[in-house]
Each structure stands twice: as C-alpha cells, then as structure tokens.
Design a protein around this ligand. Structure first.
Ligand SMILES: [Fe+2]
Ligand SMILES: [Fe+2]
Length: 248
C-alpha cells in the first residue's frame, strides 16, 4: 500500500482506535483495586519510559528541534513540568493522586512492577533501543493520542480518555478538582506530546520510505500498551479480591 502523509496519519489514528477497542480499561468500570493498581504501576511506568527509554530515542534523533521536543516532554514527566504541572513532574502528581485514593506513601514507593509491566518494558526496549529513530518517536508518543479528542468512540472520542476518566475517579472516590488534576492537566500536555510524534511522521516517513515501518511500530507499541493496561486491570481485580477478604 502506498501512503501519503495524510493517509498515513489516518492509518495511525486507526491503530489508536484498535488499541481503544482491544483494551479492557476503556470498557470496564473503575474499581478501587484497579485505580490503586493504575497509580502503582503507572508511576513506575512513566519514570522508566521517560528516564530510560525515551532518552535513548532522543539521543538517536538527528534533527535538533525534534530531539529537544522529545526531551522537553521527557523532562515534564520526570524532572519538572512548569507548563502544565505547576512545577511538579507527572509521576509526583500521580503519587498525590494515589495518596488521595487511600494508598500510603510506603505502598506507592515500594511498589514493584507487575510481570506484565516488566514484559511491556522489555518489549518497548526492543522498539525504542534497536530501531530507527522515527519508529522510536512513534513508540514514544503515539499512545498519548488517546488523551486528545478524536480517537475511540463515544465520550472518549469527544473529549479524550483522561477527560472522561477523571469523572470515574470523582464518582468512585469523591475527589476534588484539585485532587483530579493529574487527569485535567494531561489534555493539553498530551496534545503537545502526541503532536510531536504525528508531526514527525507526517514530515519524515515518506521521505525516508518508512511508511510501513512507522505503522508497524505504532501497532506494536499500542499492542504493548494493551498488554500493560490489561495487566493493570487484572492486577487491580486481584487487589479487589484481597480487599474483599478473599484469597486471590
Ligand atoms: Fe504525563
Ligand atoms: Fe504525556
């Protein structure tokens, strides 16, 4: 199949739609265990992806502006976000969300990655360390598109995942707007983060003859996100059984 940059971007969006269809989290209710597991795993995940994997990608990007764009996103996640995060890195904001839903500092800080999280990291490492930089950018940014309106169906398509997700957390835990800030700040942050990848693809994929490779990288990385998020759903269900007093 021959792609123009426009049809390739459409194909990437279709890959995000498939990710939405095949991932449990987007179709099942939030529970206390799932929410807690999300915080525990996602804090680890954002730290690892941004302090290790995306840095490797950035070091391979030959275009200065693009490299700096990725490093800017990385530093918002793990160092300090002056633009959207009131000076805090995103993992710190996520930790505060965890404390608001009843996790302790020790539980958050001592959390270990689930086996599914570890497998996801290993799989992403393949895509983000040993592939062309453009595939690395796609692996770094394409999933953040789900937080921008236009993918999936229904409310998520209209408003983006986190804009919908915040209401589930509000309903379940009665959180204030202040406590839900992790979700609210991500609309704008991820518009910028995902645009970086989509613009890089539109600009360079055809010139490099990498349309198919870029699309495969998007499908692979989104498949890994499904594995990772389904692991959180399953781990959260186990936590719910523990909380209810059953052996899991
Ligand atoms: Fe973030
Ligand atoms: Fe982001």
């Amino acid at each position: 199949m021959t792609y123009t940059s426009t049809t390739l971007v459409t194909a990437l969006e279709e890959a995000v739609n498939a990710f939405w269809r095949q991932t449990r989290w987007f179709h099942e209710p939030l529970t206390v265990g799932r929410a807690r597991m999300f915080v525990l795993q996602h804090r680890l995940n954002t730290r690892y992806r941004n302090s290790v994997l995306k840095l490797r990608v950035a070091s391979q990007i030959p275009h200065w502006d693009l490299r700096m764009g990725l490093l800017r996103a990385v530093s918002q996640e793990v160092v300090a976000d002056q633009e959207y995060g009131r000076g805090k890195p995103h993992w710190q904001i996520l930790k505060e969300l965890g404390l608001a839903i009843g996790l302790t500092e020790a539980e958050i800080e001592n959390a270990r990655p689930l086996p599914s999280t570890r497998l996801a990291w290993l799989a992403w490492e393949g895509l983000m360390s040993n592939h062309h930089w453009l595939e690395g950018i796609v692996a770094s940014t394409v999933a953040e598109r789900i937080n921008v309106p236009g993918c999936g169906e229904g409310e998520i398509r209209e408003r983006g995942w986190f804009a919908v997700e915040r209401w589930h957390w509000k309903d379940l835990f009665g959180l204030s707007d202040e406590q839900l800030w992790f979700f609210d700040m991500h609309g704008d942050a991820d518009k910028e983060h995902s645009a970086l990848g989509f613009e890089a693809v539109a600009r360079y994929a055809t010139e490099l003859g990498m349309e198919e490779a870029v699309l495969a990288a998007a499908q692979d990385t989104l498949g890994i996100w499904t594995l990772y998020l389904n692991g959180i759903s399953a781990g959260g269900d186990a936590l719910d059984r523990e909380l209810a007093g059953y052996a899991s």
